[in-house]
Design a protein around this ligand. Structure first.
Ligand code: CAA
Length: 282
């Protein structure tokens, strides 16, 4: 299937990032949130980011204008019912996602593919909520979406080869490189990344070094763009903890138990960059 028209549900950082890349890649994109004003706000944010690229000489004004013309904001799913693909990027709450998948299944054309950007909820369970489980797939983009090259594709137990091939071709059209993961907790990236961030929290708790020194050690010692605490603050400590809990529960092994220090930071409301305080101050 040649996908040209897509709907993105959820206009947070991930939804907006995916919408930006899709519109820049020539797709017709409808950005939907519960309130049209939120979708409008996300569209304005994308226009602002594209303006910066124009100012830096990295994007032609005409290409920016064309991308923005392909981006439509909406306050309800009905406005996007002709879409060939939906990418869901709403809150990481399984009942809410399941409810959305039921609605998308009812509204979208029968050949449309339903994708989720979830970082931790089983694709197989979301697929089972629909009457087209073979057309449900995970498309896990990385933050910040316009910069990061990877899209992890996750095949649920029921995902068909046709669905997988169609979203793989689409991700390539967006300029991304794909890897395929089986549908097990954390998929590939978070299965390996989150235990590393969690281990950094244990190390800090034990007094192995300061947050600054641990970050510096990992950044310069292993050539990573951000140290573990910088990255955890960037992802959001609430999100890091939630994924750590999914790994612990889903894999049933105590080696994945979340660090008590991480849990305490989340209890204190220190979620990282988005709240102005995490392991570092912003
Ligand atoms: N949106 C769009 N573009 C952005 C951006 C954003 N939020 N943040 C930075 N950029 C762009 C900048 O505009 C700049 O572009 P140009 O080179 O064209 O000017 C480029 O990225 C580099 O930015 P900076 O020079 O400001 O800063 P930097 O060199 O420190 O890079 C970074 C910033 C790209 C975020 C880099 O630090 C990095 O790669 N960090 C690691 C990010 C990472 O690991 N992400 C994955 C998180 S895990 C995940 O997402 C999965 C999950 O489920 C938790």
């Amino acid at each position: 299937m040649d996908i040209r028209q897509i709907v993105i549900v959820g206009t947070g950082q991930m939804g907006a990032g995916i919408a930006q890349v899709a519109a820049q890649s020539g797709l017709e994109v409808t950005l939907v949130d519960v309130d049209r004003a939120l979708a409008e706000k996300a569209k304005a944010g994308i226009a602002g980011r594209l303006d910066k690229l124009v100012a830096k000489g990295k994007l032609a004004q005409a290409d920016k204008d064309a991308a923005i013309a392909r981006l439509h904001s909406a306050g309800s799913l009905e406005e996007a019912k002709g879409a060939q693909l939906a990418i869901e990027a709403i809150v990481e709450h399984e009942p809410t996602k399941r409810e959305l998948f039921v609605r998308l299944d009812q509204l979208l054309p029968k050949e449309a593919i339903l994708a989720t950007n979830t970082s931790s909820i089983p694709i197989t369970r979301l697929a089972a909520a629909t009457k087209r489980p073979d057309q449900v797939v995970g498309m896990h983009f990385m933050n910040p979406v316009p910069v990061m090259k990877l899209v992890e594709l996750i095949r649920g137990a029921q995902t068909s080869d046709e669905t997988y091939e169609a979203v793989k071709a689409l991700a390539q059209k967006l300029g991304k490189t794909t890897v395929v993961s089986r549908d097990f907790p954390g998929f590939i990236v978070n299965r390996i990344l989150i235990p590393m961030l969690n281990e950094a929290c244990f190390a800090l708790h034990e007094g192995l070094g300061t947050a600054k020194d641990i970050d510096e050690a990992m950044k310069l010692g292993t050539n990573q763009p951000m140290g573990p605490f910088e990255l955890a603050d960037f992802i959001g400590l609430d999100t890091v903890l939630a994924i750590a809990e999914v790994l612990h529960k889903g894999l049933g092994d105590d080696k994945y138990r979340p660090s008590p220090l991480l849990r305490q930071y989340v209890d204190a409301g220190w979620f990282g960059r988005k709240t102005g305080r995490g392991f570092h101050q912003y």
